[in-house]
Design a protein around this ligand. Structure first.
Ligand code: UDP
Ligand code: MG
Length: 322
């Protein structure tokens, strides 16, 4: 056999990285040991999502030391879901593993994901059994959120599942063809079908640093999940409209009956103000909901790229060295 021929890569690990200077080296070390233990060719795509704390340089240094590290450097912060997407676009492996870079998803679980893949499953997602070191608020809001999504969308997104998962190349290709910009990857990967299975794992606390997912970003992800997979909010306007009309009908009948009996019926400014506020509130709420969908259509219509890389990884590296 020709030893200089490039080996086909069996596993690609994708890790989105945003300001993880304190923990990234340790993540790489742990991941490296786990992947080497598998005895097959692998690569890790470290996607720098516009870090400002020196993470980018560390990624480039790791790539210089280890050819299996593929650096993908964003020109600014595009967000976690987009960073994972960039990794998916550039992954070369037969199976792709998406994992957080903060060691909350333990790399030690990867061999278990791979085992299921070898049994023939094309999507193997890791289900959070325990969540260490996360606040009560984060745990309950996340759990309520997943339950809500499953109720109102047409797809079944497995409960308590994040993006930590393995995707077969075939699934990856389908997902890579779905270029929607408001992305909810765990929903998209449930939507595509294929043979899927979940395996339980204990989600650890962060190795270092703080969460880069403040409440605002979580809310945006939740909104993308809803608008991306359900039109129920739009239909709510109709249902509420019907309910208000039904109320109006009852009111009209009672009013006619009272008029026939020549008795006075609910009058006065307080009632008028109450009704105006109620209807005004409902109308504005539903205009807002319609606005959410329209703004997404507008974003799609612009057709901008999902992310911008600082050159291709190779040329970027060689420029750095000069
Ligand atoms: N991340 C990213 N871009 C962002 C926010 C986060 O690439 O805008 C990365 C982050 O470095 C980590 C992963 O996405 O590897 C998960 O983020 P984080 O741990 O902050 O989220 P949490 O676990 O608190 O939900
Ligand atoms: Mg985390």
């Amino acid at each position: 056999m020709n030893s200089t021929a490039p080996k086909t890569i069996r596993y690609s690990v994708i890790a989105p990285v945003y300001n993880e200077i304190e923990g990234l080296q340790e993540f790489y070390r742990v991941l490296h040991d786990v992947m080497e233990g598998l005895g097959e060719a692998w690569e890790v795509l470290l996607v720098d999502d516009g870090s400002t704390d020196g993470t980018r340089d560390l990624i480039l240094t790791l790539a210089d030391q280890d050819a299996r590290v593929v650096p993908l450097i964003f020109t600014r912060n595009f967000g976690h879901q987009i960073a994972v997407t960039a990794g998916m676009d550039h992954a070369r492996g037969e199976a792709v593993i998406i994992i957080d870079a903060d060691l909350q998803d333990p790399p030690q679980v990867i061999p278990e994901l791979i085992e299921k893949w070898k049994e023939g499953y094309e999507v193997v997602y890791a289900v959070r059994r325990e969540r260490e070191g996360e606040t009560w608020f984060k745990r309950t809001s996340a759990s309520a959120f997943y339950r809500l999504i499953n109720r109102i969308t047409d797809i079944n997104i497995p409960l308590d599942t994040g993006d930590f998962r393995l995707l077969d190349r075939e699934v990856l290709q389908v997902l890579n063809g779905m270029r929607e910009r408001e992305r909810f990857l765990r929903g998209m990967s449930a939507w595509v079908g294929f043979n899927q299975i979940g395996i339980p794992y204990d989600r650890k606390s962060r190795y270092a640093g703080k969460s880069k997912y403040p409440f605002k970003k979580m809310l945006k992800l939740a909104l993308n999940a809803v608008t991306g997979f359900s039109t129920l909010p739009l239909q709510l306007a109709e249902y509420t409209g019907f309910a208000v009309l039904a109320g109006w009908l009852v009111y009209a009948i009672v009013w006619i009956v009272f008029a026939a009996l020549k008795k006075p019926f609910l009058t006065g400014q307080a009632l008028t103000i109450f009704i105006i506020l109620l209807l005004g509130g409902l109308i504005l709420t539903f205009m807002g909901i319609i606005g959410e969908y329209i703004s997404r259509i507008y974003d799609e219509a612009k057709g901008r790229p999902l992310y911008i890389l600082r050159n291709t990884p190779k040329t970027y590296k060689s420029k750095e060295k000069k």
